[in-house]
Design a protein around this ligand. Sequence first.
Ligand code: ADP
Ligand code: GN1
Ligand code: MG
Length: 354
Amino acid sequence: MQESCYQFQATGKPVSFERYGNGHINETYLMMTDAKEPYILQKINHRVFTDVPQLMRNIGSVTRHLAKKESDPRRVLTLVPALDGTDFWQSPEGNFWRAYVFVKDSICLERAETSEDFRQSAVAFGQFQNLLSDFPSASLQETIKDFHHTPTRYDAFAGAVEKDAIGRAKEAQAEIGFAMERRDSARLMTDMMATGDLPLRVTHNDTKLNNVMLDAATRKALCVIDLDTVMPGLAGNDFGDSIRFGASTAAEDEKDLSKVSMSLDLFRAYANGFLSACADRLTDNEIATLPEAARLMTLECGVRFLADYLSGDTYFHIQRPEHNLDRCRTQFKLVQDMENKMDEMRRIIREETP
Ligand code: ADP
Ligand code: GN1
Ligand code: MG
């Protein structure tokens, strides 16, 4: 058994330990004990999160804030303390591990099976923002600097094109061109933030459908997971990142681009759930820019995948050599589709605003 299995205050003795889930950043494992208690163990990616103690202080304070408001243990992510009572354990090799209570009788979807599944994820993320609206944001550290500062992401991408570290730029000319044509448009949200036209809130910043748990029996929203990037951010980015991943008609790494489009039905379902949960706290500007936020989060993610492809796949986990290029292509296909559907997306937001 892995040494990390013995470092947390678990019930029972560890009997199995296996790789789990589909995250692109951390290494996630399911540990089972002889008391039949499952736990999630994670080896935190400390190349991505360079200050793990600070990251874990954020997660500890956020989960404890949520736990004060929610008594049902399945409705809030809960850290399992290490033997010494801290929220993580550092191995002799210098790796950082943490453990979570497994959210039982839940499902975590890569794709919504029905539009109601997707609407439920929107309710979860909308409520998550509500529950954190009184969280002291100044106490949160930025775990990844400029995480959703799209122009800064573009600068890093331009640097990767220029450097062309492993000679891949020639194969990606079309994608590089697509991204560069849209570079100026990428400033919209960050410029509005700089002028105070969009407020900073405590947001999740990684609102993929597989970062939310639904009740396996009722399929209603249970809780939001993957709290590594909870930081001050824009409400629209949480909306937009969910649309990017969950409103697509295909997987994020689909190779057949004819299958990839942005479903207006799924867009409406998400808008309905999100706005019903938190529209009363959002400003008119925040609501009006939701369609553009969806386009920009998708563009930004495509640019990040492409930059990682050009740099030799150092950031996102990959399962095949062209994986990041395939992911970039689906994102850009979605951007194009959203550009064609922007008027309808705006109309849906107006119609779904309570
Ligand atoms: P990553 O940052 O790598 O995406 P996540 O924290 O999202 O890691 O975890 C990866 C996957 O593990 C999730 O998509 C989910 O399927 C599963 N998972 C994570 N935490 C829990 C939990 N507390 N209970 C049940 N499943 C979980
Ligand atoms: C990563 O960790 P995961 O798989 O939930 C990434 C997100 C990207 C996403 C693309 C910390 O999310 O920003 O949008 O992949 N997380 C980090 O699928 O970079
Ligand atoms: Mg995740």
